[in-house]
Design a protein around this ligand. Structure first.
Ligand SMILES: Cc1cc2nc3c(=O)[nH]c(=O)nc-3n(C[C@H](O)[C@H](O)[C@H](O)COP(=O)(O)OP(=O)(O)OC[C@H]3O[C@@H](n4cnc5c(N)ncnc54)[C@H](O)[C@@H]3O)c2cc1C
Length: 387
């Protein structure tokens, strides 16, 4: 294998976005390596495709607003429709505490310019989603410009547009280690198909990113967390335009995709086998029961057990991305830890990291809150259990 100006490890939506944005800024010889035999082999291919700007920190709201701006011109830029459908996100509160958390987040959203996000009294929930059982609800938060995107279309768009600008994508090639210079910088990447001399390396290895950083003796605090998704058989019980509807208390959520209803609810994962992506049948039973109680029309739906799936989130300690240079290794850059928001934020993160690599800092927005060093500096971002 020959050399590369920048080698990107991981050809998921984030690696593809970083590579495209580097090429757009004039970088030649950008190479993306992925051990999967074809695009979509990692978490990107498992994502359901939610998009939201309703977050509880300024930096996440800004990432979403930058990403949304880019999604709106994505087709013109890449030639592929990213499927951005502003069907809304509806967060339901079942207690005063949950409502207060949603209100707190919304104040931050408004400060960052997401003024279309509104609080709703419980009586107005049915107007936004008539299928929901409203007993016990005390209110809701709703944003009509949140909605849906198509993860594999966004990946495809960045792969195609990157290729047109000269990015080389190599599938079935595993990165296995770094060769480092005495100053700690990376001279070359060892792979399953030979050694690649590099000027810089981007770790975009998703849930597997910590193993890559460890080759530079860096402890990257990103761990995998299994997320399961249940699907019904095709049905027309709910409209395709129904907003993503989330019960704030336990994170149970429902949406419609491609004529099926998707049912999701976070669980702690599999503690002893963190990369395990099996689907638990007891979990499917649980979300089916929740769906029957909370969206009564779904009592007539059938869960398609053979089509339920699971994948991995890439969790950082404060559930925010880790973006930028690795201080201990001068030519290693991180695009990691999006904590389950990686598809929706990929357009922004790719652009910002290309700016950081090219100019030393991001120009499109302040990305310093996402720096690797924040944890050691005691500057981790405030996490909300909810948003
Ligand atoms: C069930 C589920 C639902 C989700 N829903 C959403 C959603 O609605 N909205 C949203 O924004 N996000 C969602 N996510 C999260 C989203 O999928 C991730 O945040 C995103 O895909 C991360 O992108 P990535 O490119 O970092 O990771 P990946 O797509 O996992 O790409 C990383 C790539 O690195 C490769 N790799 C790893 N190690 C090596 C190595 N040593 N050498 C070569 N290649 C390597 C892997 O093969 C992989 O292809 C969901 C995730 C799951 C599991």
């Amino acid at each position: 294998m020959s050399g590369a100006s920048v080698a990107v490890i991981g050809g998921g939506v984030i690696g593809a976005s970083v590579a495209y944005h580097l090429a757009r800024r004039g970088w030649g010889n950008v190479v993306v390596l992925d051990r999967a035999p074809a695009p979509g082999g990692g978490s990107t291919g498992r994502a359901t495709g939610g998009f939201r700007a309703q977050y509880a920190t300024a930096v996440n709201v800004r990432l979403s607003l930058l990403a949304r701006e880019k999604l709106r011109c994505f087709q013109a830029e890449t030639g592929v429709d990213p499927g951005y459908a502003p069907c809304g996100y509806l967060w339901l509160a079942g207690s005063a505490e949950e409502l207060a958390e949603l209100e707190r987040g919304q104040r931050i959203q408004h400060e960052e310019g997401l003024t279309e996000a509104v609080m709703l009294p419980a009586d107005d929930v049915a107007a936004v989603n008539p299928a929901v059982a409203t007993d016990g609800l005390v209110g809701a938060a709703y944003c009509p410009t949140d909605g849906f995107i198509r993860p594999l279309a966004i990946l495809e768009g960045y792969l195609l547009a990157g290729s047109r600008l000269g990015v080389e994508h190599r599938w079935g090639v595993e990165a296995t280690g770094f060769r480092r210079r005495p100053d700690g910088s990376i001279a070359a990447l060892e792979t399953s198909q030979g050694v690649v001399e590099v000027d810089a390396v981007v770790d975009a290895a998703g849930a597997w990113a910590a193993a890559v950083a460890a080759w530079a003796s860096i402890s990257l605090p990103v761990v995998p967390l299994r997320r399961q998704a249940a699907t019904t058989t095709p049905c027309d019980l709910l409209p395709a335009t129904m907003p993503m509807t989330i019960w704030t208390g336990d994170g149970f959520h429902v949406r419609v995709r491609d004529g099926r209803v998707l049912l999701l609810q976070p669980t702690p994962g599999v503690p002893d086998a963190p990369f395990d992506t099996r689907v638990d049948s007891e979990w499917v039973d649980m979300v089916e029961r929740a769906a029957h109680a909370r969206v009564p029309v779904l009592r007539r739906a059938t869960v398609d057990r053979a089509e339920c799936w699971a994948g991995l989130y890439e969790i950082s300690p404060d559930k925010h991305a880790i973006l930028g240079a690795a201080p201990e290794c001068p030519n290693l850059f991180f695009a990691n830890g999006s904590s389950g928001h990686g598809v929706m934020h990929a357009p922004a993160l790719g652009q910002l990291l290309a700016e950081i690599i090219s100019d030393g800092q991001a120009g499109s927005m302040d990305a310093t809150p996402l720096r690797y060093g924040r944890f050691a500096e005691g500057a981790a971002l405030a996490t909300s259990g909810v948003l």
